[in-house]
Design a protein around this ligand. Sequence first.
Ligand code: SAM
Ligand code: SF4
Length: 378
Amino acid sequence: MTAAPLKPAAPLSLLGLTPPEITSLMAELGEPAFRAKQVIDWTFAKRAVSIEAMSNLSKGLRQTLTEKFVTRTMTIATVTGSKDTTRKFLLKLHDGRFVETVLIPANPALYGEASDRHTLCVSSQVGCAYDCKFCASGLAGFTRNLTTSEIVEQIVQVEAYSGERMDNLVFMGMGEPLSNYSNVIKAIEILNAEWGIGIGARHMTVSTSGLAPQIKRLADFPLQIRLAISLHGASDEVRNKIMPVNEKYNLDELFEALAYWRSKRKQHITFEYILIKDVNDGLDQAHRLAKRAKGLDAKVNLIPYNTVEGLPWVRPSEPHQDEFRDVLLNAGVKATLRREKGHDIAAACGQLRLRQETELGIIESPIPEKRITINAGA
Ligand SMILES: C[S@@+](CC[C@H](N)C(=O)[O-])C[C@H]1O[C@@H](n2cnc3c(N)ncnc32)[C@H](O)[C@@H]1O
Ligand code: SF4
């Protein structure tokens, strides 16, 4: 009998530890308390690329730490795009898998907010189990959750490469952040902390396909992060066809969770709504969407569908996109139509990784049986 190949053990990264954890680690090693402060400072404020670089620690301590810990677990495999445009980073993980992280430069109206900020679109999982019919991230199914440190390191890697500080984060890369709840929450705490990466909670947006119980749990989380819902259909009939998650948590359940969120938070929820020709772009959907958005005082981001290799979907014509948006505006809903920079960002997440892992033979080409047929206005 041949033994199954061993999975490479995940290296323990200091980037995934909080100060209390680092403090008790130092205590276990018999080190004085000030050593913990030094290690925290090297790891986060100074962004040490290795434990060896922590020059004011004794050689012995560096040696001991190096046996168990690292400060980096990933490398940048490719970067596409240029300084003034969206840049896509393909990051190689310790086990040979890949995720994407997208840097969006200052943009006047991205994700509904006027902004001169550097936005990073981060991944939370390798692949995705939720199987939305239009999305590249789920095409090859779910591989694994990212660890807390892998989420944090995406920001660290991109900041080091670009020389820019990220001041806005959106969890709109690969994966469903709320199904990797504890790692994502811990990463958000580290990313927000003064001792950590220092990004304001109000400048972090978690985007979800609609995991109702986790939305309620997140509503009780103390940091004032923002919430975006990938709605993409304003009736169960349409949503069921393109987002299998809706069969588990239908619109009534989702909206009950969103009402709970609103009862706890001042910030407006954002609905993301991809416009896909003849799938969810009927004007009846626009009217229903307007009603739903008004009920929660939510904003709507309309995103013309971005083509995914191997999938048949296309975006509606521009006049039709405008017509859809105007239904919302006329109903008094704050709606934006993101045609320019940024509309392809989230969609791109997943495609690079898919290509890379297929080429390397890590996964089989998944270009699928994702075709569904529905008529305009269904
Ligand atoms: C990739 S998902 C990740 C976050 C989370 N899983 C979610 O669904 O909100 C981020 C956003 O990208 C959108 N998206 C996926 N494929 C797209 C495409 N081909 N064109 C435009 N947006 C797309 C999703 O619907 C979602 O709103
Ligand atoms: S849209 Fe979000 S939940 Fe759906 S498959 Fe893509 S990453 Fe997963």
